[in-house]
Design a protein. Structure first.
Length: 245
């Protein structure tokens, strides 16, 4: 009986030591991966990298991590216009089946899904905010974006009417979609400008716009988009996503 108790105690101690070593190892790996990702993507701050699953050491032995969560507070994506970027906030992605090198200098996820946010202020900066010639002496420009409810964007359009000193401002409820990694904003209905008549296709030259969002981390792509209270929430996905290297 004494020998059995000693064996049980030894097994418990070894189990506790294994858990401690496993947690230390995963903490080290997360730090290494976060540092590599910061360097690879040229991030201003260190991202959050969380390796899921237990035990970690058996995953290391297999060469594949089951589930890795990556959180990036702010990321400047390119817009397709030379020298211009758009700030993507709170980018969170879940990476599945991640293969890696021993020093974590290279890691690739078989699949990835996630979400991110683009504020209305940031989207407005990249919208068609300069006056657009609508023909017949009219000009128009987007002057504000906000939540329109029910997944819509409220687009505030300011129109200059020929012969009238005051500007006409109209709020347009618009749908937001994604195509080819580009956010597209398209008015559902266009109101008349008081007593003035302007062809719909002309007014759309001011109210409708699109914004490319390229080179997201690891090559992930835009999947879906929806208007929310604080901005446009985007869903992202990808395959063979490179976390580092």
């Amino acid at each position: 009986m004494r020998a059995l108790r000693i064996l049980l105690i030894t097994l418990v101690v070894l189990g506790v030591l294994f858990v401690i070593v496993d947690r230390v190892a995963v903490h080290f790996a997360q730090g290494e991966a976060a540092g590599k990702l910061k360097t690879t993507e040229n991030l201003a701050s260190t991202p959050d990298v969380s390796i899921k699953g237990f035990p970690f050491l058996t995953q290391v032995a297999s060469g594949t991590l089951d589930d890795v969560h990556v959180g990036i507070k702010d990321y400047d994506a390119t817009t397709g216009t030379t020298g211009k970027t758009i700030r993507v906030e709170d980018l969170n992605a879940d990476m599945k089946d991640v293969t890696f090198t021993g020093d974590y200098s290279s890691a690739t996820a078989q699949t990835a899904t996630g979400t991110a946010l683009i504020s209305y202020a940031e989207l407005l900066k990249n919208a068609r905010t300069a006056p657009t010639d609508l023909g017949l002496g009219f000009t128009g420009q987007v002057v504000g974006l906000s939540d329109g409810g029910n997944g819509k964007i409220k687009v505030a359009v300011e129109v200059t009417v020929p012969g009238v000193s005051a500007h006409q401002k109209v709020d347009v409820l618009s749908s937001v979609t994604v195509k080819d990694n580009t956010v597209q904003v398209h008015a559902d209905n266009l109101p008349k400008l008081g007593g003035f008549s302007l062809a719909e296709d002309r007014l759309r030259q001011a109210s409708d716009f699109q914004q490319a969002i390229d080179q997201l981390p690891g090559g992930i792509k835009l999947d879906k988009v929806e208007a929310e209270k604080d901005g446009v929430e985007i869903a992202v996905k990808g395959s063979n996503v490179r976390l580092a290297g």
